[in-house]
Design a protein around this ligand. Structure first.
Ligand code: PXL
Length: 287
């Protein structure tokens, strides 16, 4: 079986499971080869933890990409997330032609902020550069805050009419990507989940699970990584979003039960076998 290769361009935060420390195990469990290109190295992520160390790797990105290109490497997906600078986001865009072939999936998680605020190290210039990067994406996975920033609309919260969520997804796909997975979508009955929108087919679905009160760090990265893994196993976006929503909810619920500090990420490790089983069943179907 042909192993899919992903270029994962995110930060490496040593503590506080997010970004590469989530993307690597999740995508490997789903049968992909992950080539990591760190955008920064931090002692911890920046959400709710002070005193973190931060090494900006903006200068390294073009050099790594040049070396990879010189080796003739091609990627089935390019997966980007948390960046260090507007310059680095522009460099990601410039790097794409040498990383992609005609059928490479450009999967862009426009990481910028949450709960109505930019992350500590993000600037308005970085938000503009992220919007420009989304123009070359096939799939984007913003949360509600990031969707508002990308579309330059006001953030709305709580349960919203389905027509409003669909219109927001359409605005996001108007920026360039044909497919959108929008997270943090609340539905009635105390549920939250994600919408999947395909501007090509106009298909729109919302998958949700019960809300578990709390601020669950790294769950956007977990959701995006599982969604990408499922797409690479041949699932369509609506199904991939359903898988990622259920998996993310399971990890959050387990973390709540465990009672660990939510700033340090959710308990996903013991559930990686579920993702491997999914990959094994895809392999059996295609065998
Ligand atoms: O999960 C998003 C994220 C990724 N990387 C770093 C972060 C955050 C959110 O706070 O700080 C370094």
């Amino acid at each position: 079986m042909n192993i899919k290769r992903v270029a994962a361009i995110h930060d490496l935060s040593g503590v506080g499971k997010c970004s590469l420390t989530v993307a690597l195990p999740v995508l490997c469990a789903m049968g992909a080869e992950v080539c990591a290109l760190p955008t920064a190295v931090l002692s911890t992520h920046t959400g709710g933890i002070s005193g973190f160390t931060y090494r900006d790797l903006t200068d390294d990105l073009p050099r790594v990409v040049r070396h990879w290109a010189s080796l003739g490497l091609k990627f089935d997906a390019v997966y980007t997330g948390f960046a260090s600078s507007a310059e680095q986001l522009k460099a990601m865009r410039d790097a794409l032609p040498s990383l992609r072939s005609t059928d490479t999936l450009m999967f862009i998680d426009p990481v910028m902020g949450d709960a109505g605020k930019l992350y500590k190290t993000y600037t308005p210039e970085m938000a503009d550069a992220t919007r420009e990067l989304c123009a070359v994406a096939d799939v984007i996975t913003p949360n509600r805050t990031e969707a508002a920033l990308l579309t330059r609309t006001d953030l709305t919260t709580g349960v919203r009419p389905e027509a409003e969520i669909r219109a927001l997804c359409r605005k996001l796909s108007d920026l360039g990507p044909r497919r959108v997975a929008l997270t943090g979508v609340e539905t009635s009955g105390g549920r939250v989940g994600a919408a999947a929108w395909d501007a090509g087919t106009e298909e729109f679905v919302i998958h949700s699970a019960p809300i578990v009160e709390g601020a669950w760090h790294g769950t956007g990265d977990l959701f995006a990584s599982v969604t990408l893994g499922a797409l690479m196993l041949g699932r369509a976006l609506p199904e991939a979003v359903g898988i990622a929503t259920a998996f993310t909810h399971g990890c959050i619920a387990r973390t709540k039960l465990n009672g660990t500090d939510p700033r340090f990420g959710v308990a996903f490790e013991c559930a990686l076998g579920e993702l491997t089983a999914l990959a094994a069943s895809a392999k059996n179907h295609s065998a």
